[in-house]
Design a protein around this ligand. Structure first.
Ligand code: IMP
Length: 428
């Protein structure tokens, strides 16, 4: 079993960082395959805290190679800043390979992200403002700049000269903003291009060869299935493919090379940004879970919206990702609640619905149908096997497993690496 894909099974922030951090210890390669520095996770190693947005989790594992795949959009200034941060923390420089085919986030993408959001007004998506969407728009619109061009000064200039006049017309004539200048951009980015140059390679070939040799490859998803451009709550989504198939496209490996697909869920649900959320909680209970789970965005610091576990979403995730196992994170956050709920279906206009609607208008009219389970009050943060959990917590997990119809692979009962119940070795 040489490859594992870790995917967010809800709206992102499920705790993938902890899972990938753990699996990265066993992996030879850790690969980011989509998204960019809209993601964020915090790793605590030997008392030192690392906040990574773009670098794969493998960078803090000695001996692990890290890949930023072709499906990622890269802000070179952020990437260089993160690399410098590792060095300043005294870590050795990581073995990092960057796909030649990955697209670059330019300053006009960041500005457009802001301007487009402002124009959406009340319908704003609540993006992270990092230029992610506009960079993917240019990729698909065939006016992006790829890493292979970015690191060659002549090619970079050539691309900017071809692209910038039209961008500037949009910026000035549509939005009344200031135009960008080719020379200024080149000057701002020259150092980053020089630093990154030698890391830019054909990562698809590297990974295929590694898989041929039987090396362990971990594909690290960012965001989550419900932020997926195709399978998420469009238009309140990100612009990439976080779901499992995105790993094949975004890393340049065939889909049959993805073996284990681990869907990471929180024991409840959270969402940052706008859009309908059927099992959302308000008031005191929401605040309690938010405080207990420290539910504030890693990238933007925004408070996350919280709600009960939604098994309708769960089944959608199981299906579109082809999950082979699932993980339940932050179970300890639910300790002390009298009762827990799982949304098992929706009611819409008096009719029951068991699948997740494509239309957000319809979704916003869905009322959750709940099953209720007794809570527990014992501290579970010391549990290391299922038997250590109170019977109510085990019953809750069994209920989730029953609704998702996929075997449970892992349960997290606290932020520490050791605060984890493993049901099997995912790398086999
Ligand atoms: P964008 O990816 O910045 O374009 O933002 C689009 C949507 O995805 C917004 O609702 C963001 O809040 C959300 N989003 C992007 N990245 C993450 C993440 O890593 N965790 C949770 N939500 C995210």
């Amino acid at each position: 079993m040489p490859s594992v894909v870790v995917v967010g099974a809800q709206w992102g922030d499920e705790g993938k960082g902890k899972v990938t951090d753990y699996l990265a210890q066993q992996a030879d390669w850790v690969v980011r395959y989509q998204g960019g520095n809209n993601a964020g996770h915090t790793l605590v190693v030997d008392g030192q805290t690392f906040k990574l947005h773009l670098l794969p989790s493998g960078v803090i594992q000695p001996g692990t190679s890290s890949v930023i795949g072709n499906g990622v959009v890269i802000d070179p200034l952020v990437l260089v800043r993160e690399l410098k941060g590792l060095r300043e923390s005294g870590l050795p420089d990581p073995k990092l390979y960057i796909s030649e085919r990955a697209h670059v986030i330019m300053p006009y993408h960041r500005l457009l992200d802001e301007l487009e959001e402002a124009e959406r007004g009340a319908d704003k998506i609540g993006t992270t403002g990092r230029g992610i969407g506009p960079a993917y728009v240019d990729k698909v619109g065939r006016s992006g700049i790829r890493m292979i061009e970015f690191v060659q000064p002549d090619r970079f200039r050539e691309r900017l000269e071809a692209i910038l006049p039209r961008k500037n017309r949009i910026l000035t004539q549509v939005y009344g903003a200031e135009p960008f200048e080719v020379d200024a951009i080149i000057e701002e980015y020259a150092e980053a291009a020089e630093i990154l140059k030698d890391m830019v390679v054909d990562t698809s070939a590297l990974l295929s060869d590694a898989l041929d040799r039987g090396e362990k490859v971990l594909f690290e998803g960012a965001q989550g299935t419900f932020l997926d451009i195709d399978h998420g709550t469009y238009p309140f989504v990100t612009s990439s493919t976080p779901s499992a198939a995105g790993a094949a496209i975004g890393a340049g490996v065939g889909p049959r090379r993805l073996d284990q697909i681990l869907g990471v869920f929180k024991a409840y649900t959270t969402r940052v940004g706008s859009g309908p959320f059927p099992s959302e909680l308000q008031g005191e209970l929401a605040e309690r879970i938010r405080q207990q789970g420290n539910e504030y965005g890693t990238t933007t610091g925004r408070p996350r919206r919280v709600g009960w576990f939604d098994a309708v979403m769960g089944r959608h995730s199981v299906r579109v990702n082809g999950l082979t196992r699932f993980a339940v994170m932050l179970l300890d956050v639910l300790t002390g609640l009298d009762e827990l709920r799982i949304c098992v279906g929706y009611s819409i206009d008096g009719e029951r619905r068991d699948t997740f609607p494509a239309d957000i208008k319809e979704l916003s009219r869905c009322e959750p149908i709940y099953e209720t389970y007794p809570g527990w009050s014992e501290d579970i943060t010391g549990a290391r096997k299922l038997q250590d959990l109170p019977p109510e917590a085990r019953a809750y997990l069994e209920a989730l497993e029953g609704h998702l119809n996929v075997p449970l692979g892992l349960v997290s009962v606290g932020p520490g690496r050791e605060q984890t119940i493993f049901l099997e070795n995912l790398f086999g």
